[in-house]
Design a protein around this ligand. Structure first.
Ligand code: GDP
Ligand code: IMO
Ligand code: MG
Length: 420
């Protein structure tokens, strides 16, 4: 029987999903990306080497894992070709769904042009074309990766697409490629990717007896339906999205591991109740090196939000949590956790509401600690850090199985028996 486990981000992204996928990848035969695109940036540190993966599943760093980019992903052929070049022979190691949506350069140009037009209301996208590519998917005008197998037909579709959208492209000042330019581009992609294009639904179902890991990108609070809309990404980032995006049948989902930082960060605009604009936020940004893997933008930083945490754990039905970057809190005198919000009428809100405007966090304060960096046993963590973790576990009602104390693979506490 097939069994799939899922790694999913619980906050606004960049929780350290890549590190946990890498840590557990040895237990899996197949690693699958099921949504998002190269807006993701997953950093994996192995020894002294640092890898930044955007579209490529993190399983590529494990020689024995087979990697799948499934139907729910928006795939930039140019980006995946560039990433492939870093990892040698791909035959038998990477499969790309024929149903995946094709993301082309004009999607990025539309994304950037629209962000400019939004002015102060900009979403702060990664500018990679993710929203426009998903929009074309939903309006049924996108090319799919499988279209690369028949260039003449693909050209016809693309020509129709540009014809239909001519006015829009002119308005945004985006160049419409000539027939010849399109042909050369698509032919180049076919030559380099043709051998990887697969019906990944069938491939995964044919491998029902294998262990499959679904690698989430982005995170719960960036989900198009359940996140802080409109300041979200354009895919369903939560557990149910991983199933739609991969064709894994819902009842084959076995374990869900939610990934959360021991504090909170966010890149781009949108509400963030626990954001700290003062010296603590600055401390977290500097110490945690909180700058985006994809865009290099400084990440906004603040305290752990247990209300948002619980919301995310429920949406994803998490079995366990990996708490990341605990070491970044080392050296702080006090560490705070948001346990509820207060609205404009002075009422206490203890759930994650649709609209976060005007909510003020209510904090519980914990005593800080000096050194958790590099610790690999729970009992060897400073007492105050242990207390912090045990309190978080209760607040989010979910066992914290992994505690990351550094970027490297082995800088991790793995708790086997957890009681909450
Ligand atoms: P992802 O998008 O969820 O995979 O996360 P990113 O790779 O964008 O951001 C997480 C960053 O934190 C990366 O630079 C990781 O190398 C780093 N990281 C992961 N876990 C830890 C940790 O426990 N401690 C520290 N200091 N850094 C970590
Ligand atoms: P990983 O997988 C953090 C954010 C962008 C922006 C919003 C919409 O590394 O955790 P988009 O380009 O997707 O249309 O941008 O979503 N965003 C991320 N933030 N980590 C990510 O991925 C993100 N992917 C998108 O900053 O606010
Ligand atoms: Mg990231």
């Amino acid at each position: 029987m097939m069994a799939a486990d899922l790694i999913v981000g619980l906050q606004w992204g960049d929780e350290g999903k890549g590190k946990i996928v890498d840590l557990v990848a040895k237990n899996y035969d197949i690693v699958v990306r099921s949504q998002g695109g190269h807006n993701a940036g997953h950093t994996v540190v192995i020894g002294d080497k640092k890898y930044a993966l955007h579209l490529m599943p993190s399983g590529i760093l494990n020689q024995n894992a087979v990697n799948v980019i499934a139907n729910g992903v928006v795939v930039s052929p140019a980006e995946i070709i560039e990433e492939m070049e870093k990892f040698g022979e791909m035959k038998g190691r990477l499969f790309i769904s024929d149903k995946a949506t094709m993301l082309l350069d004009y999607h990025a140009q539309i994304d950037q042009a629209r962000e400019k037009l939004r002015g102060k209301n900009a979403i702060g996208t990664t500018g990679r074309g993710i929203g426009p590519a998903y929009a074309d998917k939903v309006t049924r005008t996108a090319l799919r990766i499988g279209d690369l197998l028949d260039i003449d037909k693909a050209l016809e579709k693309l020509t129709d697409y540009f014809e239909m959208n001519k006015g829009y492209f002119e308005y945004l000042g985006i160049h419409i490629p000539t027939q010849n330019e399109m042909k050369i581009e698509l032919q180049g992609y076919q030559n380099k990717l043709g051998f990887l294009i697969t019906d990944t639904t069938k491939f995964l179902w044919d491998n029902m007896d294998k262990n499959i890991l679904l690698e989430g990108a982005q995170a719960t609070l960036l989900d198009i339906d359940h996140g802080t809309y409109p300041y979200v990404t354009s895919s369903n980032t939560i557990a149910s999205g991983a199933l739609t995006g991969s064709a894994i049948p819902p009842k084959q989902l076995r374990k869900v591991t939610g990934i959360a930082k021991a504090y909170t960060t966010r890149v781009g605009n949108g509400p963030f109740p626990t954001e700290d604009f003062g010296k603590n936020g600055e401390y977290l940004r500097e110490k945690g090196f909180e700058f985006g893997t994809t865009t290099g933008r400084p990440r906004r930083c603040g305290w752990f939000d247990a209300v948002a945490g619980k919301y995310a754990i429920t949406l994803n039905s998490c079995d366990e949590v990996a708490l990341m970057k605990l070491d970044v809190l080392d050296g702080l005198k006090e560490v705070k956790v948001c346990i509820a919000y207060e609205n404009n009428n002075g009422e206490e809100i203890n759930y994650f509401p649709t609209n976060l405007d005007g909510l003020k966090p209510i904090y519980e304060t914990f005593a800080g600690w000096d050194k958790s960096a590099g610790v690999t046993e729970f009992e060897e963590l400073p007492k105050n850090a242990q207390e912090y973790i045990l309190a978080l576990e209760k607040l989010i009602s979910c066992p914290i199985k992994y505690i990351a104390t550094g970027a490297k693979r082995d800088e991790t506490v793995i708790r086997e028996q957890i009681y909450i």
